[in-house]
Design a protein around this ligand. Sequence first.
Ligand SMILES: [Zn+2]
Length: 218
Amino acid sequence: MGADVAHVRCSTTADGDFHIDGSRLTLGHRRQAFAPGAWTQLDEVHGTRVVTVTEPGEHDFDEADAAVTRRRDVVLSVWVGDCAPVALLGDDGTVGVAHVGWRGAIDGVLQHTVQAMRELGTTSLCAVVGPCIGPCCNEFGADLLRTFRDRFGPHVASTTTWGAPSLDLPAVVVAALAEWHVPVTLLWVCTRCDPRFFSHRRGELGRQVMTVQRMAAA
Ligand SMILES: [Zn+2]
């Protein structure tokens, strides 16, 4: 018997729009074309609720911002258009995914997700951050930026390419997970700069998706 593997996928505009407010029939076809299986796609509200998926399709379209599972036959997903999609991979095969915008980051959605995975038996985990807005483009109010600097360190404050104060969201994710000793791999793609991805800040309504799936190694 081989060890399990975790598949992490990030869609591009070529895979279509994964916004949950469109046609559910179209979305269903799009989901199966991208990652075949029983999906859990969350109705994200920039909160900290984490759902645990114990059967295929459980919590699909439920209001939450993160999902975790020990099951092999399910597809966990979050849909984003500048916010950070974060995959969490446990040493025991447990997987998780979180939608992390600035509000979720400061309110602790990542900590809640790590805790949910630990409750399922994970002792050690790592994370992958998919395409999200970079410090080059994430113009941010000075007052709120101070809150982030105080919470996560001075390096999370940056400057946009046009000289305005900005929040380095990937650095915030790294700092938040470092408190839990979780190493992070960043893809370093800015959704606003890179036309392969949808971007809310660029004025687009489309959204990409990140999926995480535990599978038996072939
Ligand atoms: Zn950018």
